[in-house]
Design a protein around this ligand. Sequence first.
Ligand SMILES: [Zn+2]
Length: 400
Amino acid sequence: MGIYQLTGRVQHYVWGGKDYLPALLGIKKETEQYYAEWWLGAHVSAPSMLEMEGEAISLLEFLAKNPTALGEKSVSKFGTELPYLLKILDVAKPLSIQLHPTKKQAEVGFAQENAQGVALTDPTRTYKDNNHKPEMMIALSDFWLLHGFKTKAAMLATLNARPSLQPLAAKLAQQAIHAFYADIMQADQAQLAQWLLPIIDENQAKYAANQLEPTNPDYWVLYTMEAMAISPSKLDAGLVCFYLFNIVHLREGEGIFQDAGIPHAYLRGQNIELMACSDNVIRGGLTPKHVDIQALLAIIDCREVVPEIIPVAPTQQAYITYQTPAQDFSLSRFRYQVGQTQSCEAQSAQILLVMKGKVTLSQGTTVLALQQGQSAFIESETKYDITGLEDGYCVIAALP
Ligand SMILES: [Zn+2]
């Protein structure tokens, strides 16, 4: 039983913004540096650092020495690793279209690539570990993303509304979504140009004059080409996906869950993300990274999706847990006021991150004062109190 101050790690991916994370976390900002993600967890590639008796030790090392910190239920289900990874993202430029495997697919894929002798560091490697990666997110701003295939009827309407895409609508009317999508992803440059260049030409001036709405897929084609410096002579099949996938707009506080196989792409905004501890990403365009079309087609879930939005947590309720189907993690939000104390008991290892205001966490004689951007690791079976020092809220990652 115990509580410890925890410090995450920044990932400087080039799609990240420059200001949001340094301001939220109160960290020093270097000029010309990108701040894309803040990781809190024990992933081998960037474990958080835990403060113990005045010394910093990686959470990974700490858990190896103290597996009981995870709790019995967690160890029996997920082994001696922290099952989840908590992140804050600042999406300044669109991320690749991607999906994540099921647990079974990850186990098979990981074993296959090991057997083939593909090194873990090989850029063409698809499976980095044997875990699935369901993920949930809560928007910290207006947030835009692609999420799953639209209904066939909605896709047909979108395609038919654009003369250069009408041949695609005719094809889709005859084909199952999987075969239809497979053909698009394997289309050559001449074909992509036939579909997309008329749309680009027609909308360029409107886009530049701010006359396209972000609910319109044409907007995102032009936005992405600009943000990712995609040349009209080197079009990406991923651009066609703006006409096939749901364009979802989340308002601050709303969220969404991405299940295995569902194609998705974060387009713009900031969010809190909580996922199973894995790095298995199968990419489907809009990326300079390795795209393995066969691996993608083997596991993509072509289900017609009507997005289910996780509603904003009611402000009058101090403590709420967001509802998702995930077994590997759950996210709670605790809203506090000055002087207010909430007693908590961790049923599994927890990571608490102060998003706004200031609190003290106390357990026995240990007292941690945490301000916005700071976080703590809480061992399983720890009883502790959170007291507000300044109005605000924190999020808590745990097992459900
Ligand atoms: Zn993802």
